[in-house]
Design a protein around this ligand. Structure first.
Ligand SMILES: Cc1cc2nc3c(=O)[nH]c(=O)nc-3n(C[C@H](O)[C@H](O)[C@H](O)COP(=O)(O)O)c2cc1C
Length: 219
């Protein structure tokens, strides 16, 4: 029947159409994070004493409570008007934090404290040539988004400096909350920018800056 033939044609061409127009985050779904902890057992001095770079991780999966605490510390909302835990030039939010795991990639939505699906699985091992990163349970990717830079007057170089300054503050927040929660991390600058751009489907002018693997330390 004519009708059936057309249905068959549409069904056969559907995978081609989907491949040609990949849905952002296909294969990954948005994730609601548990509420961030009101307190941790470690005090600030203790967290500073324990801060260090960790490169050997167990195969255990990072639990969502730890991920929630670390993302909030990284650059979550801590005050009215959506103000954040990390400082930024003019209070603009020009750094995006992506979370990459074996299941996919997500962008951290700080105001909703939620992970928005960004890319399907398969990126974790390609973020950098440094193999220990791919062995971590989750990896944070810090990306500067030029569309969100403040002011028309600042030069590209100035904007880049601001991005690195804010990324450094975020990184130290991640180190400290990780130390307080018994999670291992490491700031990694040696990244594969091209693979990250492609894997996350970033705009051409977006700039991946650092990655930070997260996992429990192998002792
Ligand atoms: C800007 C910057 C870039 C870094 N890049 C890397 C890197 O690519 N790979 C890595 O294993 N560690 C990297 N690190 C971590 C340093 O190696 C580490 O902080 C240093 O050895 C001191 O060790 P600690 O963090 O345990 O005190 C980087 C640190 C900074 C601040």
């Amino acid at each position: 029947m004519m009708h059936n033939r057309w249905l068959k044609r549409i069904a056969l061409s559907l995978p081609i159409v989907l491949l040609a127009f990949p849905v952002s985050g296909a294969g990954a779904k948005d994730i609601s994070l548990p509420k961030r902890p009101a307190a941790v057992q470690s005090d600030l001095v203790n967290a500073l004493e324990n801060r260090k770079s960790v490169r050997d991780y167990t195969t255990a999966r990072l639990n969502l409570q730890d991920l929630s605490a670390i993302l909030w510390a990284a650059n979550g909302v801590n005050r009215d008007y959506g103000r954040r835990t990390a400082p930024s030039a003019f209070g603009n939010e020009y750094i995006d934090i992506y979370v990459v795991s074996d299941e996919g990639a997500w962008r951290y939505d700080a105001s909703a404290h939620r992970l928005k699906a960004a890319a399907p699985a398969g990126l974790k091992e390609r973020l950098t040539g440094q193999r220990f990163v791919g062995r971590a349970s989750h990896v944070l990717v810090l990306v500067a988004d030029p569309g969100k830079y403040p002011g028309f007057f600042a030069s590209g170089e100035e904007r880049l400096r601001w991005a690195h300054a804010t990324a450094g503050a975020i990184a130290q927040n991640v180190y400290l909350m990780s130390a307080a929660r018994g999670v291992g991390t490491c700031l990694v600058a040696g990244i594969d920018e091209g693979a990250i751009r492609k894997g996350l489907g970033l705009a051409a002018d977006a700039m991946p800056l650092y990655v930070m693997p997260l996992g429990y330390e192998e002792r």
